[in-house]
Design a protein around this ligand. Structure first.
Ligand code: AMP
Length: 282
C-alpha cells in the first residue's frame, strides 16, 4: 500500500495508473475502521480496481463540535487493516490539502428537498460539509467507481445528487450495511458506547425489523408510534423514526403495498448518536 499525504502527488500517480489501463475504485472514510469500511475495500478489490481509500475527519460536516472532538482516531490500526485487506493506496491528507483556502467561504451545493429532511433537518449544514469534502476528494482522485455504505442511506442519495451536479460519470455503488452478530450496524461511534448502552443499542435493529415484519398497506402512523415507543423504552432519545419512499425520501404516510419504502432512524444513547435504516419491502 502506498501512502500519500499530498493531493497533487496522488493525482499525478493515479493519472499514470489510469494511462496504464487501471480502473480506479474509491472508498472515502473518516477512519476508525471496522468491517463495514473493509467490506467496501473488498468489493472495490474484487472489481479489479486500483483501490484508493481516504481517511480524513472532515471538520465541515460536524454540526456538533463535541462529536468532532470525540471522533475516534485509530490510525495505526487503520493502516494495518487496510494493508491486510489489499488496499492499493491510502490518502491521508491534512486539512490544508483538502481546504487550501480555509473553510470560511465554501461552495454551496443545491441539494433541495434532500437536505431538509431526516439527517438534513437534525444536522443542519452536515450534507453541505459532506458535499464539500467529496467534491474536493473526487477532483483529486478522479475515480471510475465510488463505493459507499447503505448504512448512511441519505448520504448515498446526497452524493449521487452531487455526481449529477458535477456532471460526473463516476459509477456509484451502494454497498450493504455490515452488522455485529446481534444486528447492531457497525459504526465508528459504537466505540463510544459504554457496556450497558452497547447492549441496549441493538434496540435500533430490533425496531427496524419490527417495522419490516409489521408493515401493511394503509396508514403507517400507528406503526411508527409503536416503533418510537420501543426505542424510548430502551432509553433512546429519538431524533426520528420515519418511513419514506426509497427513491426520493418523501415521507410515506400511506403505503399502497407496491411503492419501495425504507425505514430510517436516528437516536441517542446518552451522548452517542446512532443511525440505521432498512428497506421494508425487498
Ligand atoms: P465513515 O467513516 O463513517 O464516514 O464511513 C465511510 C464509509 O463507510 C461510508 O460510505 C459509510 O456509509 C460506510 N460504512 C459505515 N458503516 C458501515 C457499515 N456498517 N456497513 C457498510 N458500510 C459502512
Amino acid at each position: 500500500m502506498i501512502l500519500f499525504k499530498r493531493a497533487n502527488e496522488l493525482t499525478d500517480y493515479i493519472r499514470q495508473q489510469r494511462s496504464a489501463g487501471r480502473k480506479i475504485g474509491f472508498v472515502p472514510t473518516m477512519g476508525a475502521l471496522h468491517q463495514g469500511h473493509l467490506s467496501l475495500i473488498e468489493i472495490s478489490g474484487k472489481n479489479k480496481n486500483l483501490t484508493v481509500c481516504s481517511i480524513f475527519i472532515n471538520p465541515t460536516q460536524f454540526n456538533d463540535p463535541k462529536d468532532f472532538q470525540k471522533y475516534p482516531i485509530t490510525i495505526e490500526k487503520d493502516i494495518y487493516l487496510l494493508e491486510k485487506k489489499g488496499t492499493d493506496i491510502l490518502f491521508l491528507p491534512s486539512d490544508e490539502e483538502i481546504y487550501p483556502g480555509g473553510t470560511a467561504n465554501m461552495q454551496h451545493f443545491e441539494l433541495g428537498y434532500l437536505e431538509t429532511v431526516l439527517e438534513g433537518k437534525y444536522r443542519p449544514g452536515h450534507f453541505q460539509g459532506v458535499c464539500q469534502v467529496m467534491h474536493r476528494l473526487l477532483r483529486i482522485i478522479e475515480p471510475d467507481h465510488l463505493y459507499m455504505g447503505q448504512k448512511d442511506y441519505q448520504q448515498c442519495m446526497v452524493v449521487k445528487r452531487l455526481l449529477q451536479i458535477m456532471q460526473s460519470e463516476i459509477i456509484f455503488h451502494t454497498c450493504d450495511t455490515m452488522r455485529e452478530p446481534d444486528g447492531l450496524a457497525m459504526s465508528s461511534r459504537n466505540k463510544r458506547l459504554n457496556d450497558v448502552d452497547r447492549k441496549k443499542a441493538v434496540g435500533i435493529f430490533e425496531t427496524l425489523l419490527y417495522l419490516k415484519k409489521n408493515v401493511r398497506p394503509g396508514d403507517l402512523s400507528s406503526l411508527l408510534d409503536t416503533a418510537r415507543a420501543m426505542l424510548a423504552e430502551k432509553d433512546f432519545k429519538v431524533d426520528y423514526v420515519e418511513i419514506a419512499d426509497a427513491e426520493t425520501l418523501e415521507p410515506a404516510h400511506q403505503w399502497n403495498g407496491q411503492q419501495k419504502i425504507v425505514a430510517l432512524t436516528a437516536a441517542f444513547l446518552n451522548e452517542v448518536r446512532l443511525i440505521d435504516n432498512m428497506i421494508l419491502n425487498s
